[in-house]
Design a protein around this ligand. Sequence first.
Ligand SMILES: Nc1cc2c(nn1)-c1ccccc1CC2
Length: 293
Amino acid sequence: VQFRQDNVEDFYDITEEIGSGQFAVVRKCVEKATNKVFAAKFIKKRRARSSRRGVTKEDIEREVNILSNVEHDNILNLYEVFESNSEVVLVLEMVAGGELFDFLAERECLSEAEAIVFLNQILSGMDYLHDRNIAHFDLKPENIMLYNKCEDPHRIKLIDFGLAHQIEPGKEYKNMHGTPEFVAPEIIAFESIGLPADCWSIGVITYILLSGCSPFLGDDKSETFENITRVDYDFDDEYFDGTSDLAKDFIQQFLIRDPRKRLTVKDSLSHPWIKGAEVSIPSWNTIEPVYQP
Ligand SMILES: Nc1cc2c(nn1)-c1ccccc1CC2
């Protein structure tokens, strides 16, 4: 995908803000020629090498390259890219169902059946990425968007590949990034990191989906890091009383200190909790669909 040097406003009507990150703002936009709705992600370019603000051209190109070379139903699609001297604009597929984070906040926690409907899609998208040695490195409920609110069962898309990297097998990769609550111990220890870091985050996300609680969250960042480094978490009966042993085993196999011993995405698809699930989502207007994953 080439970076168009035209002005994005000549081709899209830019409207309300629908999201924002550290150096990016996402606005709803309508393509003038087709009246189709997209999401425009405006990324501030870093001006000087020494500056801490904005994103380097190299990091922006990495995100664009990854998005341009992936195509999966659960990964947000990139349509085109515009560049001006101060920013790069990614024209992305519009998803209007909001973050899984907010969906969960309204419900406090999900039934195992509902969590499995989401996890099947998260694991499917992550299996596609990991097959291509692409690590997301920022998996969290805020970066999982619902396609739309009214659909049932809910379809999701993985978004924000700003920290994603293609990991060359055998090559060492180290970096300190991600959101404290969800980062794997090897990231905190500044050891080499790879695909297993995403698997740790999936374990944290599953714990949150089923309980509404965050397993390692402390009163501040350093306490959270302490809890992660010690893998200090438990299944408090107050929140996990009705949770099946299979679900707890699924989580436990991701939250393992040694990345080499951690469950891979591919293996997790065969875990009895995911594989064995006869998932049916009660929906008011149709007979009960029974899903055989
Ligand atoms: N960092 C973010 C953040 C967001 C998005 N993308 N990247 C997004 C993409 C498509 C539709 C809506 C959004 C809003 C949140």
